[in-house]
Design a binder for this molecule. Sequence first.
Ligand code: OAD
Length: 244
Amino acid sequence: MEFAPALIEQLRHASRVVFFTGAGVSAESGLPTFRDAQTGLWANYKPQDLATPEAFARDPQTVWRWYQWRRRVHADVTPNPAHHAIAAFEARLPEAVLVTQNVDRLHELAGSPAPIHLHGSVFRNKCASCGIEMPEVPHDLETPPACPDCGGLCRPDVVWFGEGLPPAPWQAAVDAAVKAEVVISIGTSATVHPAARIPLVAREAGALVVQVNPEPTPQDKIALNLRGKAGAVLPALLAAVWGE
Ligand code: OAD
């Protein structure tokens, strides 16, 4: 794969690089993206209809069972070359920051030291009523346990449609974007706000935005676009910059 020599030069000399990832970075590990049709048991449901506080209030068992199924799927997948390449970039760049919208743990499994999770993690739980952190439970438990403090129902600690982002990760991501020299946005449709503002904030502050995606996105016009799958483009970029 060929890259513009100016891009390789800029990456070789940049230290404040932000990696911003979405579901596409995990697609080659076998996790469907949000805009892919669901398969199997859940083919008749749309994530947009399950991942909401209203859906959980109306039918907690169905929403809980969907997350328990997703946890079983997530527990079986492993990082792909894109996750490994990002971790290798981070190892070279002490000031790099990884911001992810993903609720999987594939970045951690690939060795990324501290990904900022804007949308939480399917592997964490909290009480739907009082918000207290609750422990992980076996992934085949079919009904949500009750909170020991208030009796509310256990739910995954992820951000649902219509909910705000956790303030500390969001602030850390904005701070990194404002200071970034380069943002590499990977595998995101760049449509879900406020997360999708991260590359925009960085661009407004003068950063170069590089986008890795086989498909166009609304942010094509502010980015240098590398069309292709993350699992092919990122290892090639790593090799071009560092010879790894
Ligand atoms: P989307 O499902 O919206 O978009 C996935 C993007 O990945 C698309 O632009 C695809 O073209 C691209 N893609 C697919 N395969 C790829 C590959 N192999 N390499 C690179 N790119 C690939 O996922 P997100 O942008 O992450 O929010 O969605 C953002 C948020 O919307 C999610 O975090 C989730 C969802 O609602 C919450 O859960 C709150």
